[in-house]
Design a protein around this ligand. Structure first.
Ligand SMILES: *Cc1c(COP(=O)(O)O)cnc(C)c1O
Length: 392
């Protein structure tokens, strides 16, 4: 029976993606414009972080997202680390974040000496469930002179990081309301959601700070890279300072006034990113078309549901997602094996954070939706090049 379902899923994928070659989960589209831009950078001699390319890339990010400030970093993980530090997250604090995310979201909290506190997700958005969060805080948190604290562990709860899963915007308005009630700093891990909007505003710009990733599998890539977005000039300055070893600008001396990091994006990556950003609208159109094709192809397949977010027009549809009916979840790995044997680069969702050895002891609310969906999700090939092709 599962063999039949796997064959039906493969057939639906082939119907949505009429091309014979093996299909990676997500691959970048690199064209002549990218090569010209990187060539110009190499020819200029500005290959490290100094020079005009990084600043130009940051300006382009501000233009693309309407953020007032963007600080480019070496990857999305370092952007998260800096955003948390700038928000004042420190040793012994707790930070709420979804249990279903890429491990970087939780690791960045740990790098600050803070402890992740895992939240459940909403089945319709795949992002943090505001109502479950509210219930959890009412049951387990208290309010002190310095904000919220965990009544069980006694530790301050400083911030909440929301993540826009597979590019689909989380329910930011409801989450922001809970964050306000509990004096939690709202940070958005928008690593997957460049191009996605919430009520007309770009994801990553609704929280106090937001972060992006430009890893090779994201919708815009710089090879490796990330950025912090914020409208607050002081937070922007703090992030920029920490990303450049907290160096005090003096003409000749190397002097540093805090524990800083070497997290600044190099120019070669920024040059690649400048050309990639020009293609964002094209990539978004391709992604939305691809999601619509999958949606059509899977309508007739019983036993699975193609995930469609509440407002499909606002999502970048970074990774397409199939959700197995409960009765088929035990067969997921066999289905994955068969799809991959047929050249369809399908993958499961991440192992939930609370199942990883370093986070098993972390505080958490009941996680029924994460526990159910983590076993049911299959991500499907999602490269924009499956719809459009590089022009050269
Ligand atoms: C990609 C990603 C990041 C950042 O990853 P880097 O590889 O460090 O750029 C962070 N969070 C999520 C949810 C991601 O998908």
């Amino acid at each position: 029976m599962s063999g039949d379902l796997a064959r039906e899923i493969a057939a639906a994928c082939r119907a949505a993606l009429p091309c014979g070659r093996p299909l990676a989960l997500h691959e970048p589209t690199i064209g002549a414009a990218e090569r010209r831009s990187v060539d110009a950078c190499l020819a200029s001699g500005w290959v490290s972080s100094a020079g005009p390319f990084v600043a130009r890339f940051e300006e382009a990010l501000c233009a693309a997202t309407a953020a007032k400030h963007a600080i480019a970093t070496v990857n999305g993980t370092s952007a998260l680390h800096l955003a948390l530090l700038a928000a004042g997250v420190g040793v012994g604090d707790e930070v709420l974040l979804p249990a279903l995310t890429f491990v970087a979201t939780a690791n960045a909290v740990s790098y600050c000496g803070a402890i992740p506190n895992f939240a459940d997700i909403h089945p319709q958005t795949l992002g943090v469930d505001a109502h479950a969060l509210d219930r959890y805080l009412k049951e387990s948190a208290g309010r002190g002179a310095h904000g919220a604290f965990n009544r069980v562990t006694g530790r301050p709860i400083r911030a909440i990081v929301v993540m826009h899963t597979f590019g689909h915007p989380a329910d930011l308005a409801s989450i922001a309301e809970v964050a306000d009630t509990w004096c939690l700093t709202l940070i958005e891990d928008a690593a997957e959601s460049l191009g996605s909007t919430y009520r007309g505003r770009h994801t990553g710009t609704l929280g106090r700070l937001g972060t992006l990733s430009f890893n090779g599998n994201k919708i815009v890539t710089t090879g490796g890279g990330g950025a912090v977005l914020t409208d607050d000039p002081e937070l922007a300055e703090r992030v920029r300072h920490l990303s450049t070893t907290a160096r005090v600008n003096e003409r000749f001396n190397f002097t540093h006034d805090a524990l800083g990091y070497n997290y600044r994006m190099p120019s070669i990556n920024a040059a690649l990113g400048l050309a990639q950003l020009e293609q964002l609208q094209c990539a978004l159109a391709a992604k939305r078309e691809l999601a619509a094709r999958y949606d059509r192809a899977f309508r007739a397949v019983a036993g699975v549901r193609f995930f469609v977010p509440p407002q499909p027009d606002t999502s970048n549809h970074w990774l397409n997602t199939l959700i197995l009916d409960e009765r088929h979840c035990a067969q997921r790995d066999r289905i994955l094996a068969m799809l991959n044997d047929e050249g369809i680069g399908a993958r499961p969702a991440w192992t939930p954070m609370h199942e990883l050895p370093m986070y098993r002891g972390s505080p958490r609310m009941p996680l029924p939706v994460v526990d159910r969906l983590a076993r049911a999700i299959i991500n499907l090939p999602s490269s924009p090049s499956l719809v459009t092709h590089a022009t050269d």
